[in-house]
Design a protein. Sequence first.
Length: 352
Amino acid sequence: MAVADVNNGQLSAPGAFETGVVIVAEAPNVPDGSLSQYAIEHGLIPSGTRPSLRRYLKAIWQRRHFIIGYATARNVSMYTEAKLGQIWQVLTPLLNACVYYLIFGFIFQQSRGVEHYIAFLVCGVFIFAFTERSIVTNANVMRVNLPLIRALYFPRAALPLAYVIVELEQTMLSLIVLFAIVLGFGEPLTLYWFLMVPVMLLQTIFNVGAALLVARMAGAVQDVGELIPFLLRIARYFCGVMYMVTTLAPVYDHPVVERILMLNPMAVYISLARVALMQTYRLDAPGNLPYNAAACTKFRGDEAGVLPVLQAHCAAVVTNPQLWIAAIGWAVVALIVGGVFFWRAEHVYGRG
């Protein structure tokens, strides 16, 4: 044990006693002036506080390689235990399309008014699935990755971004199958196909905003994550995945309702994808030919679907330019609202 020197009050090492040696602690190296001002000048911030939005966006950009790497690794590992592996990325939406065709195309005859209905249906299913999966997976992203959030510091928005990139990579693979189906059912390859690039870009931006919005809400209240699949199921039946909105009889005399159904975000991106890939969809669109009341009435009557081209004589409720404006608007609004909403809770993720 250490022995005290009763003469000078100092301690020496165990087993030895030295006299005349005085150890004096160095004075702390504290800067002159306010410590808070010193911290501000050197870019120091309190731990656990929310950074400024500009600093937050910069931090996300600095970690872009981590986000892409994390997304790619998760995408590769997602189906490692399945016998068919990555084939399920394409097989799942294809099976969904088969089920929808059996119910809506064969039983309920919702193929009326559409040439090449299978291509029409698969296009709607694949595009809708991109948004649907982006939202559903991000409903649980904060809870699933809670150990990672508590162990490491990084912008929490990196996780929703990575999950959207996972879904984008899977959608890109699904589009190869979609292109083959569209060509196989008689649609020609045209320059309009290049419109899929801005369509997918705008939809991805919208999905990021929606994912950030859902990630915060479901991270705070678990019941939100349980409710989201039901809301998306309702959305699937109101955005024209399986049918042409213009063929719904209850909508004929309610152009406002028809406009709402056609301008909801998922319906907008589905419609633009069909415009890009399907020539028959473009040619048969309402407003593509001079208005003819008799032809339009015949199309919407009991003989609907006999001649889909008759629909082109009906008045256009929503034009293609309006669809593009809506697509850009939904993407920008979703990204800004979702991004700011998620950032404002940055300091509370991982607590509790």
